[in-house]
Write a protein that binds this ligand. Structure first.
Ligand SMILES: Cc1ncc(COP(=O)(O)O)c(C=O)c1O
Length: 426
């Protein structure tokens, strides 16, 4: 460990030395020791078109020569406007106002503050958020509050605010209980909203796939039911698409795939193709209009030094163009995953196979190991990571959940090769 660096999500004592990366090339990373590994998880899910993509690198360079940064209050610039038009042009029609920040957690904080203040501006006091078990929305205090209370949040529990938690009806291929699980959640939600109308500011969820919680997937129909209930009870629906945005679920956004119009959507990760820290929170005209006042108390007093950073926005514009060029890739990747599922589904340790667009996952079940436990701390994660690296693949299982989220530049042969490796590993 470098004497001056403190790494994230890393138990300091006894952790292996971090691997030093010399360069990135498409789907591959070259390590300092000469090894080359395929990045099967797009480096924490941000890298959409491959590492060091020359088109995005050039866009950042050109922008850096022109305007590297400018205060975003009272000033604006072309890349910020262009990117906002591109994103809102594709989102459902009601989502028109884009607020920039710089990471997924802040995109979520902004969404919650907007929702809370929206009701205040309308003269209503709605404090409570409804969220899902297993959720992960980031590591700032607000984002932690609406996420799963776990080992990661335990130390901070007294600093977090209260929320209402409902179950996430996770499902998988050939799950015969999907509809009944969904109905039970919808009933519970209706009950909550019916008992105390006017208490809830909004529902926040990761649509279609809960990422860090274990790549838990739900159906498009479930999102439609949630949307319908929301409309009945006039509660805001917040989609955290920090992971699911920009093609990941097989459409540009999960809300499009499910044909649902949330009131607020949070975006980051893939927004800049993995090149620059950038995030956006997009809200409906209704929400924006409740702030559209000359009264200072109704103003959204929120911002970050790097809000709307021109380099990030220029990377975003270049990445969006590549996304459009590669539409068929992210729309067709699900079928390649499914073809490979045919090869691995009979394996005795592979369970609960699931896929949405470019993301596939399954649980690894007990192979008789002592101390086996489901969840993030399952030691199989560490073991698989190491063995996968020996085979030339960067995989980072979430406990006993193995998942793939490759950049869109991987070929069908390369993706099939990852599944060959998986069969060797499990
Ligand atoms: C759905 C979701 N929301 C929010 C976040 C937080 O994003 P960041 O790590 O950029 O703060 C993540 C990160 O994994 C995420 O998956």
């Amino acid at each position: 460990m470098h004497k001056n660096i403190w790494h994230p999500f890393t138990i300091i004592k006894d952790s292996p030395e971090p691997l030093k990366v010399k360069r990135g090339m498409g789907a591959y990373l070259e390590l300092e020791d000469g090894r080359v590994v395929m990045d099967c998880i797009s480096s924490w899910w941000v890298n959409m078109h491959g590492h060091s993509h020359p088109g995005i690198a050039k866009a950042i360079y050109e922008q850096a020569k022109t305007l590297e940064h400018v205060i975003f209050a009272g000033f604006t610039h072309e890349p910020a406007e262009q990117l906002a038009e591109m994103i809102t042009g594709k989102l459902p029609k009601n989502l028109n106002r884009l607020f920039y920040s710089d990471n997924g957690s802040t995109a979520v904080e902004v969404a919650m503050k907007m929702a809370y203040q929206h009701w205040k501006n309308l003269g209503e006091d709605r404090k409570t958020f409804i969220c899902f078990d297993g959720a992960y929305h980031g590591d700032t205090l607000g984002a932690m509050s609406v996420g799963e209370r776990s080992l990661f949040t335990e130390v901070f529990k007294e600093l977090m605010f209260d929320v209402e938690v409902i179950p996430f009806p996770e499902t998988w291929i050939d799950d015969s209980k999907r509809a009944s699980k969904e109905d039970a959640v919808i009933e519970q939600l209706e009950d909550l909203l019916d008992k105390t109308p006017g208490k809830y500011a909004g529902i926040i969820m990761e649509p279609l796939i809960q990422g860090a919680g274990g790549m838990r997937m739900c159906s498009e129909e479930f999102l439609q039911k949630i949307h319908w209930v929301n409309r009945q009870f006039d509660v805001l629906l917040i989609f955290d698409e920090v992971m699911t945005g920009f093609g990941r679920t097989g459409d540009y956004f999960a809300c499009l795939k499910a044909q649902v119009e949330p009131d607020i959507i949070c975006l980051s990760k893939g927004i800049s193709g993995g090149f620059m820290p950038l995030a956006a929170t997009v809200c409906s005209d209704d929400i924006y209009n409740s702030f559209n006042s000359s009264e200072a108390i109704k103003t959204f007093w929120h911002g970050h030094s790097y809000t709307g950073n021109p380099l990030g926005c220029a990377a975003g514009v270049a990445s969006w163009k590549l996304l459009e060029e590669n539409e068929s890739v992210f729309k067709n990747m699900e079928q390649i995953h499914l073809n490979n599922f045919e090869r691995i589904k009979a394996h005795p340790r592979i369970f609960r196979l699931r896929v949405k667009g470019t993301i596939s996952a399954f649980d690894i079940v007990d192979g008789g190991e002592v101390g086996w436990e489901e969840g993030y701390l399952n030691p199989i994660s560490k073991e698989l990571r190491k063995r996968a690296l020996d085979l030339g693949y960067l995989l980072r299982p979430l406990g006993n959940v193995l998942y793939l989220m490759p950049p869109y530049c991987v070929s069908e042969e390369e993706l099939n090769g990852i599944y060959d490796a998986i069969l060797e590993l499990v």
